[in-house]
Design a protein around this ligand. Structure first.
Ligand code: ADP
Ligand code: MG
Length: 201
């Protein structure tokens, strides 16, 4: 089994993250926990690439619909539709517009528990209910309600792979193998080496 430090995850700073001048703030959060940036590029995505990205996981459409419906129910509100697949289809169309509206920055972060830690730092899908201290909780305020009213995607600054298997499909979707760089940084010794007893001379 490969060492856990080799786990990788995909992060995309969405168009609103760049418009809000939050690139440095966002990168800082992942960097300071000890994750290593192994790929990075800026571009304007095509609708085709966005649609393919969100449909890489066959369960995504149903999950995104179920999440939206249960968020409304938790707040005692009525969702616009009770059919998760219908909501999922709607969200794909909204995402195609949102994600192609301007430049994004895609990156790959590597390190132990990279997928889980990046999700924790990023926060929940809906900024309105995302925890304080997370990027989505601290830097933006959008909600299912506002997004549905305006027929648009939730503006939540960042995409981050949800699971290790999602990451394994998403990384090659956006990056060629030569664009992801294997290299070492000195602080990895302190994070991962079994023996740190030889610090004092
Ligand atoms: P996450 O980005 O937290 O993994 P999902 O994968 O469930 O969330 O959804 C992908 C993206 O689609 C979200 O980040 C958000 O921008 C948008 N989105 C999700 N659900 C809705 C919805 N009901 N209405 C509008 N946009 C949505
Ligand atoms: Mg997701």
């Amino acid at each position: 089994m490969p060492h856990p430090k080799t786990e990788r995850t995909l992060v995309i700073v969405k168009p609103d993250g760049i418009q809000r001048a939050l690139i440095g703030e966002i990168l800082k959060r992942y960097e300071r926990i000890g994750l290593k940036l192994v790929a990075l590029k800026m571009f304007v995505p095509t609708e085709k690439m966005i649609e393919e990205h969100y449909l890489l996981d066959s369960e995504w459409k149903k999950n995104v619909g179920e999440k939206a419906i249960s968020s409304y129910e938790k707040k005692g509100e009525t969702p616009p539709s009770n059919d998760p697949i219908e909501v999922g289809n709607l969200v794909v169309e909204r995402l195609k517009k949102y994600m192609t509206s301007g430049p994004v920055i895609a990156m790959v972060w590597e390190g132990a528990h990279a997928v889980e830690l990046v999700r924790k730092i990023t926060g929940g899908t809906e900024p309105r209910s995302a925890s304080i201290g997370t990027i989505r909780g601290d830097f933006v305020l959008d909600s299912y309600q506002m997004a549905d009213t305006a027929d648009r995607a939730i503006r939540n600054l960042i995409h981050a792979s949800g699971t290790v298997s999602e990451a394994e499909k998403e990384i090659p979707h956006w990056f060629g193998s030569k664009e992801v760089i294997s290299y070492k940084v000195p602080h990895e010794a302190t994070l991962y080496d079994d023996d740190i007893h030889s610090i004092i001379r």
